[in-house]
Write a protein that binds this ligand. Structure first.
Ligand SMILES: Cc1cc2nc3c(=O)[nH]c(=O)nc-3n(C[C@H](O)[C@H](O)[C@H](O)COP(=O)(O)OP(=O)(O)OC[C@H]3O[C@@H](n4cnc5c(N)ncnc54)[C@H](O)[C@@H]3O)c2cc1C
Length: 381
């Protein structure tokens, strides 16, 4: 991007070569076996990437949405699954603790999460409450100096590996009475009750969490009781922007693979690159990728400058994943039968990217946010 600083370009180079060496060569195997590349994940800690936006006082890099998205794009190009786990750790757990927790809580959790000694997750969604997350039923009841937590959380990225859980629970009858807790995996009554097998993002572990009369001291509560709705919504903005970087990485990978294949594959005694229908596909997917890059990084820049709202984040999150699913389908088409086979990564790109239309808020929820903002007045009529 034209406005990247020298430091941002350097970060891009570091991430690109790390991804080519430590992520891409193992992506197919982890996808096939549904395993987590924990070695690469730990090395991200050595590179200082696990606390990319976190407070430098506790080992974080103190950077913004642009840098976080650069990492997502470069890693997403190599393996979207592992990158989703990186996002859950760095943006959903670490960034939330860094932004909302007390100094004592930051000192206790951030250094180990940022070095990679510990892995984090964020638990908001429930079996019966996804799009309507604010309706969540997992409850925390005050009992002296403790809280007793009971309920379930569904679809939690990194569940099986997480040492630290950033958890939202209900602490009152009013819809918005939500409170955050930091839980440790060996808390009595806590378990990962189910491993979830998925169509894509298979290199990212996903599970269901169960809390059975889990006793958590008051000191593990983040902020005031009932005060979490605002920061829960705020964190969704940076999640939606940065997760779109994974889609951008997938789009770039599709374009590169299509250019390569169209110069190698021959039909009717010519390379595919000579056929105008193939040229159209590649030209359009490249133009769309360039357009998405500008849209995404200018949104990141606005976010970092504090001049952007949740509607812009929803627009990015609606448009990028949707366009990239189409690009991945076109890339499969361009490869013919080979695109449909597992010999090439195109079908993985499509399966992985589909998640981006669902996780962090579905396309339909993004439409609701945008439409509500645009049509607030008109809807009163
Ligand atoms: C691989 C994966 C990883 C995830 N990681 C995490 C995580 O780490 N932490 C976490 O908390 N959550 C996580 N999630 C959960 C994710 O955020 C939810 O799946 C998502 O918000 C959708 O919720 P749902 O699956 O319950 O679908 P539902 O809310 O049941 O939606 C079903 C369908 O109805 C539509 N719909 C719902 N309401 C409306 C409406 N009002 N108008 C129109 N259409 C509507 C939806 O768009 C969707 O098409 C993850 C999910 C997946 C699949």
């Amino acid at each position: 991007m034209w406005f990247f600083t020298d430091e941002q370009k350097e970060l891009q180079n570091v991430c690109r070569s790390f991804a080519e060496k430590e992520i891409a060569p193992y992506a197919e195997k982890h996808d096939h076996d549904e395993t987590f590349n924990i070695e690469a994940f730990k090395k991200m800690g050595e590179l200082g990437l696990l606390g990319i936006t976190a407070d430098p006082k506790y080992g974080g890099a103190g950077l913004g949405a642009i840098e976080a998205t650069i990492v997502m794009e470069e890693f997403g190009k190599a393996c979207a699954g592992l990158t989703l786990s990186y996002l859950a750790h760095s943006m959903l757990c670490v960034n939330n603790i860094s932004t909302n927790a007390s100094e004592e809580q930051k000192a206790k959790y951030l250094p180990k999460l940022i070095s990679g000694e510990q892995i984090g997750c964020m638990a908001m969604s429930e079996p019966g409450y996804g799009s309507d997350a604010v309706g969540m039923q997992c409850k925390a009841v005050k009992d002296g100096k403790n809280y007793v937590i009971t309920g379930n959380k569904m679809w939690i990225t990194n569940a099986q590996y997480a040492d630290v859980i950033y958890l939202y629970a209900r602490t009152g009858k009013e819809k918005k009475a939500l409170t955050t807790f930091i839980l440790e995996k060996d808390t009595k009554g806590f378990s990962v009750s189910k491993e979830i097998h998925k169509m894509g993002m298979r290199g990212s572990p996903t599970g269901e969490l169960t809390f059975e009369n889990c006793i958590v001291p008051e000191s593990q509560r983040v902020g005031e009781e009932g005060s979490s709705i605002h920061h829960m919504m705020k964190n969704l903005d940076i999640e939606r922007i940065t997760i779109s970087g994974i889609s951008l990485g997938i789009a770039e990978a599709c374009v590169q693979q299509c250019i390569k294949y169209s110069g190698e594959r021959k039909q009717f005694e010519q390379t595919l690159a000579n056929f105008q229908l193939i040229q159209k596909m590649i030209a359009e997917m490249s133009a769309e990728t360039t357009m998405m890059r500008h849209f995404l990084y200018s949104t990141c820049k606005e976010y970092d400058l504090g001049i952007q709202d949740n509607v812009q984040a929803a627009k990015v999150k609606l448009q990028l994943p949707k366009m990239v699913t189409k690009i991945a389908l076109d890339a499969i088409q361009l490869h013919g039968g080979y695109g449909y086979s597992r010999e090439f990564p195109l079908e993985k790109y499509m399966r992985d990217n589909k998640l981006m239309e669902i996780g962090a808020g579905t396309n339909e929820v993004m439409i609701m946010i945008i439409a509500k903002n645009l049509l607030k007045e008109a809807m009163r009529g």
